[in-house]
Design a protein around this ligand. Structure first.
Ligand SMILES: [Zn+2]
Length: 346
């Protein structure tokens, strides 16, 4: 019988707010902003979340972001997204708030929307106990100066909002990471931790370039599996990869889910965590990622429990909270394993 991972205690460390808005919540915004002509029913919204290729995906992404018109909308979706994690027994999440499309095309003030998302996350913590931190995300496509400006925008918020990290996504082939060295230097100076999308679709060099920026983690990084020396380097530097298998299939980063390099990365001992990236758009969830790893990629139960624990070890949280969460993880997961007759591997 397939294992249900819903109740396994988990983290979610690679998730974009804008790509995680549940269909029901997005439909509420469609009604609120009087755009029923574009999606008259919830089924129409669901259909919009289906796309043919990567270009179409980006189009759908923009369409979704176009409904985030006010800070209240950000607060609302932040809370709704948090609820989807609560239902999966996610105890700690880092959610990226994208400042690319929202500031450049949406005309938003970066600090205002980050503050609004934070209100939504805090409300979820009060109601449901989940701990959520904000990652600031910008795209390579907007250029280095754009990111430097956004870091400046959010600097006054650092005492008020728990911004745990700076992250960068975007077109790997078009904008190599060395041109963003100044941005990452600034993020480190501001006391932010760093994760960066790299080696998702382009080759190992992009991951070597990412390592030059001193990240604590790398988003995707799956092309490292092509280069044993690079995998050794990730181990030596103790940099974990945030692996999102379903996303990789949806965007075409891997041709067939069954060929995903996660098992190769694990076999080499590269530290990895599992995440859902844009779960609403990719019709996935962090729970589903564990199922896929187990059922499609053949990752064993012991490895999956170690990966879940790794999430708590790699999360950008303070050490006191980490100790508490790891202790609780060990107690509860031991029970979870016991009822399923699985030996607790830690
Ligand atoms: Zn991502």
């Amino acid at each position: 019988m397939p294992i249900d991972f819903t109740n396994l205690p988990k983290t979610e460390l690679h998730m974009h707010l804008e790509g995680s808005i549940p269909v029901e919540a997005l439909f509420e915004l469609v009604k609120k902003h009087n755009r029923l002509d574009e999606a008259p029913t919830i089924e129409h919204v669901r259909k919009r979340y289906e796309f043919d290729d990567f270009a179409h995906f980006l189009e759908v992404y923009k369409w979704t972001v176009s409904f985030l018109k006010t800070p209240d909308d950000y607060e609302y979706v932040a809370y709704e997204v948090a609820k989807t994690l609560v239902r999966q027994n996610v105890w700690f999440a880092e959610i990226m708030v994208g400042l690319g499309n929202s500031v450049k095309y949406g005309g938003h003030d970066a600090a205002q929307i980050v503050r609004a998302a934070w209100r939504g996350f805090k409300a979820a913590e009060v109601q449901h106990g989940i701990k959520i931190r904000v990652q600031i995300a910008a795209g390579r496509d907007h250029g280095a100066q754009f990111s430097l400006d956004r870091l400046k925008d959010i600097e006054p918020l650092l005492d008020e909002v728990d911004i745990c990290a700076f992250n960068m996504g975007g077109s790997e082939h078009v904008h190599p990471l060395p041109q963003f060295a100044e941005v990452f230097k600034r993020a480190h100076e501001m006391g932010l931790r760093v994760s960066v999308h790299a080696g998702e679709v382009s080759g190992p060099q992009d991951i070597y370039d990412a390592l030059d920026l001193n990240p604590q983690r790398i988003g995707h990084g799956i092309r490292a599996a092509l280069d044993p020396t690079l995998m050794d380097e990730l181990k030596r530097r103790d940099v974990a990869l945030e692996v999102c298998p379903v996303s990789n299939e949806c965007t075409g980063a891997v041709k067939r889910l069954a060929d995903h390099p996660l098992p190769r990365l694990l076999a080499h001992g590269v530290p990895v965590t599992l995440s859902s990236d844009d779960p609403a758009m990719f019709h996935t969830s962090v729970t589903r990622e564990y199922e896929v790893a187990h059922e499609v990629l053949g990752v064993g139960m012991k490895s999956l429990i170690r990966i879940a624990r790794e999430g708590f070890k790699r999360a950008f949280m303070d050490e006191g909270l980490r100790r508490e969460m790891l202790g609780r993880f060990d107690r509860e997961t031991r029970k979870w394993c016991h009822t399923r007759q699985i030996e607790y591997p830690v």
